[in-house]
Design a protein around this ligand. Structure first.
Ligand SMILES: CC(C)(COP(=O)(O)OP(=O)(O)OC[C@H]1O[C@@H](n2cnc3c(N)ncnc32)[C@H](O)[C@@H]1OP(=O)(O)O)[C@@H](O)C(=O)NCCC(=O)NCCS
Length: 382
């Protein structure tokens, strides 16, 4: 049996753990510096000094923009946020109680129908489509969210930056400076992370010479799960269920005794801690100070200490993101769509890279089914 021989136990890595599935110049986890680099730049420095649009530009074009290039890029994003009326109508007509990741998956797919370059696969068209997706995804999210609350859509404000505009479209109010800064940093930190499940899904999709919108639709679908993007929502649900810092230790011990996974802890790649998590944790501390209420920060701290003591596990970015978003008043079921609104820049950068130098993704499986069996005619079976 050729297929069985071809796959020895050592060839196969469940979940493709540690397998090099492609070569990319978009990002890397720099183990020497113990950090994440986007196109060579440390995510810690990017989050301190750059706005999301600057980082999206870096991911799409490979270099940081000059001031003029950034202004042009922001202007372009700002002018492309609106949705065509049939897309608004479709988002508004989704059934009550819709899952927002399902809605976003549908919305991204719909965007493709109205994108005049949808079927073009060349580099320039892919970059333009990526910019439109970055511009329009927040509008899809706020449109469907508001419709579910019985509210009309808010028109985007082209004079606002990407993060401020999101809050404005969500609730019609311009947020304070710390909220914008914190949210924008979370967007920078969520923007890219190598060959994670959703990015890989986008790469596989476009490798058949399918298009950008199809690839991003697949990525949104993959991000939804709680082992990936869905963890930020599940982490907040857990923190709310725990309710107070003095209940946290017993709650975590009980969950671990039941062999439950604690959302927002552990990582397939980082085994000594996620570079991004302490940045958001510090912002959580600042938000607590600003609000004069450290409930969530303190509670999270206990969960963190117990997880380190019991399992030696660090938080990943989704854990502080959960309570930071909560403190900013964002609805829990939008946390994963917001991850998507940020990660679309990374997804698109990988799709562009793949289509610039494409080879169809077609791995093979090992086989553990039966060996050859002679076929019995229907009348002789049973
Ligand atoms: C992210 C994740 C899927 C990585 O998993 P992985 O590399 O496949 O690691 P495993 O799931 O095999 O876990 C290895 C061990 O750590 C434990 N573990 C890992 N994450 C854990 C968690 N969040 N809570 C409790 N135990 C955990 C596993 O139970 C396992 O223990 P065991 O060897 O005693 O069975 C996993 O850590 C997880 O499910 N985390 C929670 C979801 C999450 O936060 N996802 C967002 C990722 S950015």
């Amino acid at each position: 049996m050729e297929a069985t021989k071809a796959c020895s136990a050592t060839d196969y890595k469940p979940g493709l753990e540690g397998v090099i599935a492609g070569i990319s110049s978009v990002s890397v986890i720099d183990t020497e510096r113990d950090t994440l680099l986007y196109r060579g730049y440390d995510v810690r420095e990017l989050s301190e000094h750059c706005v999301y649009e600057e980082v999206a530009y870096l991911l799409l074009y490979g270099e940081l923009p000059t001031a003029d290039q950034l202004a042009g890029f922001q202007q372009k994003i700002g002018s492309q946020r609106s949705l065509e009326q049939p897309i608004i109508d479709a988002m508004v007509s989704l059934p009550k109680g819709v899952n927002y990741m399902d809605a976003l998956r549908t919305g991204v797919s719909l965007l493709g129908h109205w994108d005049t370059q949808a079927q073009q696969l060349d580099h320039e068209a892919n970059v333009e489509k990526a910019i439109r997706l970055i511009a329009k995804i927040p509008t899809l999210i706020t449109t469907v969210y508001r419709a579910q609350q019985g509210l009309p859509p808010t028109q985007p404000d082209p004079s606002l930056g990407h993060s401020a505009n999101f809050f404005y479209m969500l609730n019609g109010q311009k947020p304070d400076a710390l909220t914008v800064k914190t949210f924008d940093i979370s967007m920078v930190l969520y923007a890219e992370h190598g060959y994670n499940a959703s990015t890989f899904s986008a790469i596989v999709t476009c490798s058949s010479l399918s298009d950008m919108h199809s690839a991003i639709t697949a990525a949104v679908a993959t991000l939804k799960g709680s082992l990936h993007g869905g963890a930020n929502e599940k982490a907040m649900v857990m923190l709310k269920e725990i309710g107070a810092a003095d209940k946290a230790e017993a709650w975590v011990m009980d969950a671990l005794a039941q062999k439950k996974k604690i959302m927002g802890f552990g990582h397939r790649v980082y085994k000594h801690g996620d570079t991004r998590a302490p940045i958001l944790k510090e912002l959580g501390r600042q938000l607590s100070e600003q609000k004069g209420d450290a409930t969530w920060h303190d509670l999270a701290d206990v969960v963190e200490q117990v997880m380190m003591r019991e399992k030696g596990l660090h938080t990943n970015v989704d854990f502080p993101a959960a309570y930071v978003y909560y403190m900013m008043g964002l609805p829990i079921d939008l946390y994963t769509p917001l991850f998507a609104a940020s990660r679309v820049a990374g997804w698109a950068a990988h799709v562009i890279e793949q289509l610039d130098n494409n080879r169809l993704m077609r791995p093979k499986s090992g086989y553990n089914g039966p060996a050859y069996k002679p076929l019995k005619p229907l009348a002789e079976r049973g």
